[in-house]
Unconditional design. Sequence first.
Lengths: 310, 310, 310, 310
Amino acid sequence: MQHITPPPTKKLAWVIGPYQEPIATVNPGETFQVSTLDAFGNKIESAKADLKKVITLPYVNPCTGPIYVENAEPGDTLSVRIENIAITRDYAVSCIIPEFGGLCGTVFTRVLNEPLDQRILIQRITKQGIIHDPRLKIPPIPVEPFYGTIGTSPAVEAISTLSPGFHGGNMDAADVCPGNTVYLPVNVKGALLFIGDGHAAQGDAEVCGVAAEVPTTGTLTVDLIKRKAVGTPRIENSEFLMSVGSARPMEDAARIAFYDLVTWLAADYGFDRMAAYQLCSQVARVRVANMVDILYTIVAKFPKRYLIKR
Amino acid sequence: MQHITPPPTKKLAWVIGPYQEPIATVNPGETFQVSTLDAFGNKIESAKADLKKVITLPYVNPCTGPIYVENAEPGDTLSVRIENIAITRDYAVSCIIPEFGGLCGTVFTRVLNEPLDQRILIQRITKQGIIHDPRLKIPPIPVEPFYGTIGTSPAVEAISTLSPGFHGGNMDAADVCPGNTVYLPVNVKGALLFIGDGHAAQGDAEVCGVAAEVPTTGTLTVDLIKRKAVGTPRIENSEFLMSVGSARPMEDAARIAFYDLVTWLAADYGFDRMAAYQLCSQVARVRVANMVDILYTIVAKFPKRYLIKR
Amino acid sequence: MQHITPPPTKKLAWVIGPYQEPIATVNPGETFQVSTLDAFGNKIESAKADLKKVITLPYVNPCTGPIYVENAEPGDTLSVRIENIAITRDYAVSCIIPEFGGLCGTVFTRVLNEPLDQRILIQRITKQGIIHDPRLKIPPIPVEPFYGTIGTSPAVEAISTLSPGFHGGNMDAADVCPGNTVYLPVNVKGALLFIGDGHAAQGDAEVCGVAAEVPTTGTLTVDLIKRKAVGTPRIENSEFLMSVGSARPMEDAARIAFYDLVTWLAADYGFDRMAAYQLCSQVARVRVANMVDILYTIVAKFPKRYLIKR
Amino acid sequence: MQHITPPPTKKLAWVIGPYQEPIATVNPGETFQVSTLDAFGNKIESAKADLKKVITLPYVNPCTGPIYVENAEPGDTLSVRIENIAITRDYAVSCIIPEFGGLCGTVFTRVLNEPLDQRILIQRITKQGIIHDPRLKIPPIPVEPFYGTIGTSPAVEAISTLSPGFHGGNMDAADVCPGNTVYLPVNVKGALLFIGDGHAAQGDAEVCGVAAEVPTTGTLTVDLIKRKAVGTPRIENSEFLMSVGSARPMEDAARIAFYDLVTWLAADYGFDRMAAYQLCSQVARVRVANMVDILYTIVAKFPKRYLIKR
C-alpha cells in the first residue's frame, strides 16, 4: 500500500490551492496511507512552549498534500472513504491561544479587552483514553479520531489551511472519521487533495479553538463520481446523509448546509424540495463543527431511515 | 392534582411579561398539570387553511400563563421538572409559512425574491409515531414531545411569545422534555411562568420554522432555589448540564451558552474557569435548537461523567 | 404651548409598550414641548460616579411618555416633526461602561476576557461646542442635538428603552434631529409616543456605546397619516428619504432599511421596484447609527434629487 | 510615464496572491499610469447580454497586476496615492445578478425562494454625468470615480478578486478615489499590487451588488513606509484618517475598522487608547462600503481636525 508522508518543512502546505506540485499520485479505487503532522507542525512538546513562537501566521496547520488523483477532472466529485485513522504519538496537545477561540476577542471580533493568557496541556493518550489533565480527577476521554482538515483545490484560489469552505478545508467536523465517506468538489485536474489536523477527540464547536491535537497515519480509499459536481462538501455513512456549510455568521453556515441537504434529497432521492424542507424540520440532526475558525462550520444530517422506500 | 387550562381566547398570553393577571397559583414543590394550545391556537384543522388568516401577528403562539409561584422573589431561580407531556390531539400540524423559516427571506433577512408558497400538512399521530405525509413512503417519526416555549416574566419587558431570550421563552429546544429540569430566572414576585408550543417531534434547528405542532397536557413540578440567580436558562438531566443561549447572530447564541456553561462549572463544580473552557473544547455537545425564531437558540451541553470526582 | 415633563422617578418609562398610563395627551397638528432626562436619569454628576450603582438594568434610559395622540388608531402612521431640541444642562456625560459597547465583550458577545474599566468624562458645553476632555488639546465638538430614543408602543410587547426596533426606540440615529420628520407605526389606540436619550453630539455607530448624553427640552409637532402604515421607522427632510432598520447581525439591519427604502420608492414615487434597487446601488447614502445596542441600527437614505420628475 | 495595461485574457488576475509573474515593475516614489477592465472584463455591451455566460465564477473582476514594487519587503507598508482616475468608455454598466446582492438570496445566505431575474442597464456617461436609465426622468448622477478593488498579495494565500480582506482587495470603498492615499500591507517581496473594478459612481453599501462599472486609466504614485506594518488597509486625505475593516457579519467589519482606528490614534497621534475610543464615539464617521461581497466592508473615519495639537 502506498504511504504518503508529509513533505519536508519547506514544502509543507499552508494553503489549499492549485499552485503546489503534487507530492504523490493515487488512482481512483486505490487504498493508501497518509501521515499528517498535528496542527502545530508537531512543534509543541511541553506545556511551557511559547505559543507566540510556535504560531507564526500564516504558517499553522500544515497539511499533507497535494495528492493528485488520476483521471479527476473539473466537474467530478472526489469521494474519500476513511478506513482508519491511527494516532502516531502518545500524547495530544490542547491550548488556549490568546486571540483565537469562541469565547474571546479575535482578529475578526476585535475588542479592546486584554487578550487571554496562553495555556497548554500535554495530554497523555492511554489505552483508557486521553488524560485531559492529570490534575483533574475526571475519567479519560475516549479516543474518537478524525481529520479537522480535508479539502480539494479551488480553481484559482489558494485558501489558508485554517479556513473551511466550499472546498472542504478546516471544517473541524467530527464526522470526517473512520467509516464515513467525504465527498469533495473537483475544481482542477487531479483534484489535489490535502489532509491534516488530526484530532484524537473534540467537543462540538471546538469552543476554545483547539481539540486534542495529534499527528496521524490514516488509511483512505479515494474514488471519483464522474461528471457530477457537489456544491459544498458532503459526508455519508450508513445512518446519515450529511451536508456541510461553512460561512459567517453561523446562520449562513446552517443555511448552506440545509439548502444543500434539501437539494440533495430532491435531486437524488425523489423528494419534492418543499417536502424535504418540511421533513428536515422534523427529523434532521445538526452538528456545530466549529465556532472558531475563519469560517464557522455546520453539518446538517438527514437520517437515512426516512429515505423514501422504493 | 391542580390542572391549569388555557384561559379564554381574549386572555391568552401573547407576551411573556409582568402585565397579565396570574391564571393560577402553585406552591414550591407542587406537582400540577397544565394544558397548552398548539402554536397556532389550535386553529389549523385542514391542509387548506389560509395561513394569512390564521397567523395574524403578534397573535401567534399563545401560552398558558402566567402561573404564579408562591414565595418566588427576584434573585431566586425557578426549577421546573417536566414529569410528562401528553399530546391531546390525534394529529400534528406542519407548515411552510411564506416569510418565516431558515431557508427563506424573512422580516429580518429581507429580500426582494418572491416569498415561498404556504404548505400545510395535517399529520396523523398513531401508536407507531407521526405519519409525516401519507403520500411519502417513509416510516413514522417517533413521538418525542417537548415544550417549544417555557419562560418566566422579565422585570419590566413583555416579550413576544415568539422570541426566546434570557427569560427562556420560545427556545424550541428539544431538551425541554420529560425527565429534564429547566432552570429559569425569577425577575418578579411570583416568577410568572408561561408554557406553550408543544412539539410532538422536531428536527434540530427546526429549519422550516415549524415542528410537529400539538396541544398538550403536561405534568410539572416546580421548585425554588432561593437567592441564587441564573443569568440564562439552564437544563439538567442525569447525563448533561446544559446552558441555553439565545441571540443573533447564531455565534452569539453559542457564546452565551458556552460562557454560562463554563461559568457554571467554575462556580458550582470546582473547575478553574480556563480549565473548564479547555475541557468543553474536547467533550461538549451542542444542539442547534432553532435557526428561525426572533433570536436563534443554542444549547451547550457538558457530560456529567466528566465532573470532578470528590 | 403644552410642556410635557418627565414623570416622577417611580413612573419613569423603562419600556416602550401599552401598559403604562399616558402622562399627557396631544392632538394631531399640535406643537408641544417635551423634556427628557439623560440616558442615566441625570444621575451622573462626577467622573468618579460608580457606574455599577448608576446602571442597574433594566432601569436605564428613562423615557418621557407615553404621550397619547388623539385619534391615532392602529394602521395609521404617526409623524413627529422635530422643531427644536434645547439642551438643558451645561455639561454632557460620556462613559465607557465595562460590558457595553462596540469594541468589548458584552452580554451578547460573551467573552472570557477581563471586562474593560469604567471611564467617565463630564464634558462642559460652551458656546464654542462640547469640550470633550479639557486634558486633550482638541477643538470643541459642535453641538448637533438629536434624540437617541423615540418610539411608539407595539401592540402587546413592552420593549426595553435600550432597544430599537420596528417601533423606533433606541435607534441612536443622528437623523432624529431638528428639521427632520420621523414616521412611526401606530399599533395601539393613541399611538403612545415615548422620547428620551438626548445626545448633544454623536459619532456614527456610537462606538463606545455612549454619546454626549444630555437632558433636553424639545419642541415637536405630531400629526397622523390615517390608514397608511409604515413597517419600520422612516425619516424625511428636504434632502433625503430615509428608512431605518434595526436588527442583528448588522447586515439584517441594512437589509430591512434598504428593503423599506426600495418599497417606499415603488409605492409612493413611481419607481419600478427593481429599478429602485439598482438606482439605490448608485446613489444611496447609509448611516451606521449604532453598533452597540440590543439591535444595531442602519439608516438607508435616498437623495430626493433623484425622485422622478412629474 | 510608465503605462501598465491589463495582460492578455489568459493572464488576467482572478486572484490576489503571490503565484503570478509581475506584469510590471515600479519604483518607490514613481508616478505611473495603469489601465483596468471593468468588473465584467468589458464583456457586457448590451442590456440583452446573458449574465450566465458573462459571469462564469471564479472568472469575474479581473485585475491589472501584479505590479512589483522595487525594494518592498514584508513588514513594510505600501502607500498608493491616487492622482487621477479617467474613465475610458462612454458608458457604464449596472446589473442585477440573480444570486448576488444585498437584498436577495445568495450562495452564502441560501434560500429556497426563486432567484431574482437578471436586469442590465447600459448607462451613457455624458458631461453632465451618468444617465442612470433614459426611461427614468431623473438628473444625471455625478461622476465620482474610484477603484472597487486594490490590494497587495498575501504571503501564501491567493484570494479571489471578488473578496476584500486585510490585504485590501474588493472593498468597494468610494474613499479609494483621486486625492486619497491608500496604505496596504507588504507581505511578500515586491508587494505585488493589483488594481481593478473601476466605478464611475456608487451608492454606499452598493446594495444591488453592482455600481456604475467602467474601465479606467488611473494615475498613481506608490511609495514605501519601511519597517512599519499596517494590519488592515488605511486611507488618508486632508480631512480624515480612515481604517477599513472587511468581515462577516458586518459588525465584525466595523469592529476591525474601529479597533484599527483607535490603535492608530494611540500609536501615531498621542491619544490614550481609551480616550480615543470615547472620542470616536462622539466624532467618527462611518461608510458602509459594501454589503454584498464575500466579506462586507466598513470604513471608520476620524476627522483630522480633532487630532491633538502639538
